[in-house]
Design a binder for this molecule. Structure first.
Ligand SMILES: Nc1ncnc2c1ncn2[C@@H]1O[C@H](COP(=O)(O)OP(=O)(O)OP(=O)(O)O)[C@@H](O)[C@H]1O
Length: 248
């Protein structure tokens, strides 16, 4: 669903993502983790073809409409400027499908509103919602797009705990229905619990790529995140708790 080959992303003249190669297949929820400035946003934007890059991303070669049908992009900046109703804003996710899918489109919008718990918000002006509510509307817009792949940049930042878990569960459901998600996030506990695989970025490089239990080692947490943490596999899934910072 996504293939990155030696993807190097430039900000101006400066490479901020260094020769990343990775693949995403159906059924995967990839958690893209790493410290501030590690290159997570740049990797996602480069993969979408939104930043100048060297190397290849299977998405960047597509024309914009085909790319939007292949992948929904949820950027980190989530200010809503248009005073549309929530339902109309979520319906914008259908644009890549043109007019010929009007019936399917209405159903997809309803499903997206339901999944993000927005049924009772449909007629509200999106600009008059709280920050977390607006974030849920934008996730719903991405779901309504019905693209097999979702690339999301910190989609759960600013959501309350229930909405964070619900969103990760929505991503899991999307993957289990044959899609895939790549989402950056800073909550390593949610990453460990809800992601099938983690990509760890550090100073522009992909330094680990594997199952949460394999990746979140004491050594990696110290080296990349400069923290000490408690990690335990429980019957309810992995539990991860950062404990203290380490000197850098
Ligand atoms: N517009 C820009 N121009 C130049 N350099 C930039 C620009 N935006 C980001 N950078 C630099 O690129 C590097 C990677 O930034 P990026 O936003 O991809 O990191 P990130 O891992 O998403 O960080 P965060 O967790 O803070 O969101 C950083 O060193 C940052 O300073």
């Amino acid at each position: 669903m996504l293939k990155l080959e030696n993807l190097t992303v430039l900000r101006g003249e400066c490479p901020v993502v260094d020769s990343v190669s990775a693949r995403v297949g159906p059924g995967e929820v990839i958690g893209l983790i790493g410290p501030n400035g590690a290159g997570k946003t740049s990797l996602l934007r480069g993969a979408m073809g939104l930043l100048s890059h060297r190397g290849d991303s299977s998405l960047s070669a597509l024309d914009p409409m085909a790319r939007a049908r292949a992948a929904a992009w949820l950027p980190q900046a989530r200010e809503i400027a248009w005073g549309l109703s929530v339902a109309d804003l979520v319906a914008l996710g259908r644009l890549p499908h043109g007019r010929d899918q009007a019936t399917r489109g209405a159903a997809a919008v309803e499903e997206a509103l339901r999944r993000m718990g927005l049924d009772n918000y449909r007629d509200r002006a999106a600009t008059q919602l709280s920050g977390g509510e607006q974030a849920r509307v934008l996730i719903a817009r991405a779901l309504a797009q019905e693209s097999p792949l979702i690339l999301a940049d910190e989609p759960i930042a600013g959501l309350d705990p229930a909405a964070q878990i619900a969103t990760m569960q929505v991503f899991t459901a999307h993957a289990q229905a044959g899609g895939a998600v790549v989402t950056s996030l800073h909550d390593l506990g949610l990453a460990a619990r809800h992601c099938t695989r983690l990509w760890v970025m550090d100073r522009g490089r992909l330094v680990a790529n594997g199952a949460p239990g394999e990746v979140l080692t004491e050594a990696l947490l110290a080296e990349v995140f400069h923290i000490r943490a408690h990690f335990k596999n429980t019957p309810e899934g992995p539990v991860f708790q950062p404990l203290s910072t380490l000197g850098v």
